[in-house]
Design a binder for this molecule. Structure first.
Ligand code: NAD
Ligand code: IPM
Ligand code: MN
Length: 349
């Protein structure tokens, strides 16, 4: 029996995870699957109430007793230093060594793109390194608050860390028949990390002679993802560049409301979360698009080997868009929960 923990988090997180829960339950019922869905309260509310972000015992139970977790988003204006997000989200990525942040951006319907001439074949997968780089927390602040203040943030890149994400990208390309892997970096300025990434990219890439490889600077990539996103198939990059470019990739294929992501270390516990954040500007209104969270439910089902149920959920997402059963960001007038109910009715029947 599969066990999935549901963690709404903050802002629109609980709203969209509520829909993912409805959809997961319906897909499980439709396929006669036993899937246990447990809600967990890890959030800014809890942190502000109790001072606790996540305990060691909770982290152990979450990763030990569940196959996966589905997370909404963390971020609350009442926690300006984002302490709870760092402990819970980054903490789980790091402690479970979830080194792959897999972020697919596929244009399901050309009308969803803000571009003038979208290519219906646009289908990019980002392999964002997820445990190192500028997210490693190496640095410090000296003479803080004085006129002489110094702040440093060091980008950590290990041979092992770079090699495993680059390999994951090439293996994915080989497995899914994608012809090219693009490395994105800033090696014209960041010489040390750039040197390591480029050498490893060439070495690992040489093991995949049928897959073309190219390297693009991150500034040019930001431009090219708007100019001709259809050109890119598999993109591998560092933690921060991946964070930024996956929002851009999401927007050219329909917006943050549609983009799911998976935090993976193959063969182990995994964490699924929309690319978007807690969207405090629309929280509580019932207008949040739940499709990114539903896309996460599909990725979680695939991760559990429940591929038919995952395919049904994917088809249901595409159908809701074609039928116009969408939230205002996609031009519809359905509420968050209504999209979920519409999907559940299709999936359980
Ligand atoms: P955001 O992704 O929350 O919102 C950016 C814009 O996109 C907003 O206008 C928002 O209304 C819109 N949007 C996002 N998701 C949407 C959805 N599902 N449906 C419709 N519209 C949607 O980014 P932000 O405003 O920069 O960040 C808000 C908070 O979320 C911050 O505290 C940030 O740190 C946090 N954050 C968390 C995660 C995460 O937990 N995975 C990811 C990104 C940002
Ligand atoms: C994301 C988010 C997180 C990140 C934040 C909330 C820590 O932006 O998942 O894309 O930067 O990784
Ligand atoms: Mn982000």
């Amino acid at each position: 029996m599969a066990r999935i923990a549901l963690i709404g988090g903050d802002g629109i997180g609980p709203e969209v995870i509520g829909v993912a829960e409805t959809v997961l339950a319906a897909a499980a019922a439709g396929h006669g699957l036993q899937v246990t869905l447990d809600r967990w309260d890890l959030s800014a509310d809890r942190y502000l109430r109790s001072g606790v972000t996540i305990t060691d015992a909770e982290r152990e139970r979450l990763t030990g007793e569940y196959d996966a977790a589905l997370v909404g988003a963390f971020g609350d204006p009442r926690v300006p230093d984002n302490a709870h997000a760092r402990d819970i989200l980054l903490g789980l990525r790091f402690s479970a060594d979830l080194y792959i942040n897999f972020r697919p951006c596929r244009l399901l319907v050309p009308d969803l793109s803000p571009l003038r001439h979208p290519d219906p074949g646009t289908d990019i997968v980002f392999f964002r390194e997820n445990t190192e780089g500028l997210y490693a927390g190496v640095g410090g602040s000296f003479k803080t608050g004085t006129g002489d203040e110094i702040a440093t943030e060091t980008s950590v890149n290990t041979r092992k860390g770079v090699e495993r994400i680059v390999r994951a990208a090439f293996e994915h390309a080989a497995r899914t028949g994608r012809g090219r892997v693009t490395l994105v970096d800033k090696s014209n300025v960041l010489r040390y990390e750039g040197g390591l990434w480029r050498r490893v990219f060439a070495e690992v890439g040489a093991e995949f002679p049928d897959i073309a490889r190219e390297a693009v600077y991150v500034d040019a990539m930001a431009m090219d993802l708007v100019r001709r996103p259809q050109r890119y198939e598999v993109v591998v990059t560092s933690n921060l560049f991946g964070d930024i470019l996956s929002d851009l990739g999401a927007q050219v294929t329909g917006g943050l409301g549609l983009a799911p992501s998976a935090n993976l270390n193959p063969g182990t516990w995994a964490l699924f979360e929309p690319v978007h954040g807690s969207a405090p500007d629309i929280a509580g209104r019932g207008t949040a698009n739940p499709l990114a969270a539903v896309g996460c439910a599909s990725l979680a089902l695939s991760h559990l080997g429940l591929d038919e149920a995952a395919a049904d959920v994917d088809e249901c997402i595409a159908e809701s868009i074609r039928e116009g059963v969408t939230t205002p960001d996609l031009g519809g007038d359905s509420a968050t929960g209504e999209v979920g109910e519409w999907m559940a009715a299709r999936l359980s029947g």
